[in-house]
Design a binder for this molecule. Sequence first.
Ligand code: CTP
Length: 407
Amino acid sequence: MRGKNIIIGICGGIAAYKIPQLVRLLKKRGANVRVALTDGGTRFVSELALATVSGEPVYRKIFPPMDTENMDYTRHITLGEWADALVIAPATANTLAKLTAGLCDDMLSVIFITLRPAKPVLIFPAMDGQMFLSPSVQRNIATLAAQGCTIINPESGELASGLCGLGRMPEPEAILASLEEVLHTTENISPLSGKSVVVTAGPTREKIDGVRFISNYSSGKMGFAVARAAAKRGALVTLITGPVHLDTPPGVKRIDVESAAEMHDAAQKFFRSCSIFIGAAAVADYRPAAPCEGKIKKDAQEMELSLVRNPDILAEFSLQKSSGQLAIGFALEMESDIDNARKKLETKKLDLIAFNFFDHKTAGFEVDTNILTLIENQGTTTELPQLTKESAAERLLDAIEQRCTRT
Ligand code: CTP
């Protein structure tokens, strides 16, 4: 903790009275602590107590009073730049909703926005158990977790209402331990940090005429999970995606394309400069040879569509890559046939291929889970269990990290 800059955001919950103790614990460990207090928070803990224990003014409003000398008029930005971590404890349902929506009407919510991207945010929701479990609160928590915030669920015990149950904020000692753990993990710098990673994702659409196309069922979920996990590890991620209904993961540069040809053109620009190319897209192998501009009429009883091969984007990268670059692919196979995946690893000259067993329900397109087997060109094969696509992406990146440290 020594020398670390920590901002503690306090909202209007009864557990706020415990936060001066957390500030003291952090100060004792050598951290620099600043406090952002919401209006609700002032009802439960005094500004004077917090200023006294932190040795700093307490931040509340975005706009500073005009009569103060030496005022930092861009304080909302400088605080976000200053912090090594933001801890929000207790976090109320109201503040969770504000953070989810991106509202900035007090210093705490604006610091959440201006905090530098790789800095950890720990959120400790504390409220009545029914409130905590309400669909709105759970939805906001899920959104914040997907954005990369660490959510620490409340504990069970005696509540201010007199009831006993879920909702209590963990004790200051436990909050400190969580913060230490998160900072330790963040600082164990990943070998992917600063590396340029290109991920292709989603399906492609191959035009038949002005209103029709050939495509596939890829949802893009796996590719987006890979991009998110790489960005979390500090990689500079470019995500080249076909048409999908997914939000761009935080910190990821997204390029939207439609056809395999467009994906190929966009990807080619990074072939020389990227360190790692991950082909997670379900690129259409063929496209109509002569797409029409208008709409084909159903004049004939039968029609033939002539198709021509699309470029194999990943193979093209792989065949021209230099020794420091890594080519990673996915092999979606209908039957549990790992040999096809091995063949693709060899013919495309990949460093690693994720054999992706396709069974409609637990793995493959559109579902939220996946079953991968990671096969490396250096012989190692790792079978992963059924995992969420997020966890499967993390395991794939663990393997890529190990590969980076070996080469
Ligand atoms: N791939 C690609 N460009 C293509 C086809 C595939 O970049 N035109 C990449 C995919 O993103 C994936 C890997 O190659 O990482 C394997 O894709 P897959 O569809 O499983 O295999 P194909 O090579 O297309 O072979 P087949 O369709 O015969 O199984």
